[in-house]
Design a protein around this ligand. Structure first.
Ligand code: ADP
Length: 164
């Protein structure tokens, strides 16, 4: 049976840090499903559709990576529906640990069959976050080392639309 991992997150926008996790998760899972979460707690720069479109664009030639929107549903419910055996998350620093540990415990309380799997960030990418790339984009800095070209142009377009 195919091993499927569900990678949920805001992906506002997807960064090289997220992409590194997807790539490494593919060493363990046959398929990685990226779930773009609506996220009511955070105000996002990109709409849920825009965030999903960027992930779709990046992985259009990789049949082992798919993207779906996650809305009004628990992550474990979605994981169950798509036959995912695990939820994938990334850890950048100790500061991520407490939050991630809490989420993993909550997810286990809802469905004990679905494991949480954590990948340690690559040492070159520990400091890369969606908020950091948004900040760089806002002040017209260099983005190419942190995001895919599709994300770079989407960020520039979005920021330019604010200048008008
Ligand atoms: P959320 O808002 O759900 O935390 P994010 O899009 O910010 O969503 O992140 C999704 C997941 O990817 C989280 O587990 C986060 O720790 C991880 N992640 C983000 N950036 C990196 C990175 N540079 N290296 C490794 N993991 C990362």
């Amino acid at each position: 049976m195919k091993k499927i991992g569900l990678y949920p997150g805001s992906f506002d926008p997807i960064t090289n840090g997220h992409m590194d996790i997807v790539e490494r998760a593919l060493k363990i899972f046959d398929e990685v499903i990226v779930a773009v979460v609506k996220n009511t707690a955070k105000k996002t720069l990109f709409s849920q559709d825009e965030r999903k479109q960027l992930v779709d664009e990046i992985y259009k030639d990789n049949e082992n990576v798919k993207c779906i929107s996650l809305d009004a549903k628990l992550t474990v419910t979605l994981a169950n529906e798509i036959n995912a055996s695990a939820i994938i998350r990334g850890l950048r620093a100790m500061s991520d640990f407490e939050y991630e540990f809490q989420i993993a415990s909550i997810n286990r309380s809802q469905n004990k069959e679905i494991e949480s799997v954590f990948f340690a960030a690559h040492d070159k990418l520990t400091f890369v976050s969606s908020s950091m790339v948004k900040e760089i984009a806002l002040y017209k800095g260099k983005l190419s080392k942190f995001v895919h070209v599709a994300v770079e142009s989407a960020l520039k377009k979005k920021i330019n639309s604010f200048d008008k």
